[in-house]
Design a protein around this ligand. Structure first.
Ligand code: ADP
Length: 190
């Protein structure tokens, strides 16, 4: 069985942390568009410098660029047995692009890690990344609401969505996610 997972949730919901634990549990690659963009920034390429300006402002990198990066990454051999998509898709165009990339297959499950706004705000201010200024955070949360939250309906309509409570200890949240994946695998075996 392949394990093709999409991890959804607001900035600061703990997607990265939970993906780290899922990598250990399932041995599938963690594909984070944010991490790939930060790697390009660290390399100091021209593309990386352009991406940094967009990211520091809390804006979204263009769908075309993101889809190109994800397409290349999914074509690598380690993604054949499954993958964890983190931070992608976050617009309707990216979700459509993903459906095209995976056709005729699809994802197995989209997991929404649910955490209230006030909690994610506190977590982001604590971690203090370059783009974790109050201004950029509020821009990112606004874009989450307008562009990304509607994707919950998209995955729900396809029957792929499960929402997991993201409050509590990291291990507790991971247990909830593992349980949701097991239930889904069981359903498909029936
Ligand atoms: P966060 O979840 O806190 O926004 P990420 O690491 O997922 O952190 O993303 C950091 C920044 O990288 C985003 O604010 C955005 O500028 C850019 N980015 C990451 N993923 C995408 C994507 N799928 N589409 C557009 N921009 C993206």
């Amino acid at each position: 069985m392949t394990t093709r997972l999409v991890i959804l949730g607001k900035q600061g919901a703990g997607k990265g942390t939970q993906c780290g634990l899922l990598v250990e549990n399932y041995g599938i690659p963690h594909i984070s568009t944010g991490d790939m963009l930060r790697a390009a920034v660290a390399e100091g390429t021209e593309f990386g410098m352009q991406a940094k300006a967009v990211m520091d402002a809390g804006d979204l990198v263009s769908d075309k660029i993101i889809l190109g990066i994800v397409e290349d990454r999914l074509a690598e051999p380690d993604a054949a047995a499954g993958f964890l998509l983190d931070g992608f898709p976050r617009t309707a165009a990216q979700a459509d692009g993903l459906v095209e990339l995976l056709a005729p297959g699809s994802v197995d499950l989209a997991i929404n890690i649910d955490v209230p706004d006030d909690v994610v705000l506190g977590r982001m201010l604590e971690r203090g990344r370059d783009d974790d200024t109050e201004e950029a955070i509020s821009r990112r949360l606004a874009l989450y609401r307008s562009e990304t939250a509607p994707l919950l309906d998209f995955f729900n309509a396809g029957g792929y969505l499960v929402t997991v409570d993201g409050l509590g200890a990291e291990e507790e949240v991971q247990e909830r996610i593992v349980a949701a994946i097991a239930i889904e695998a069981h359903k498909r075996d029936d």
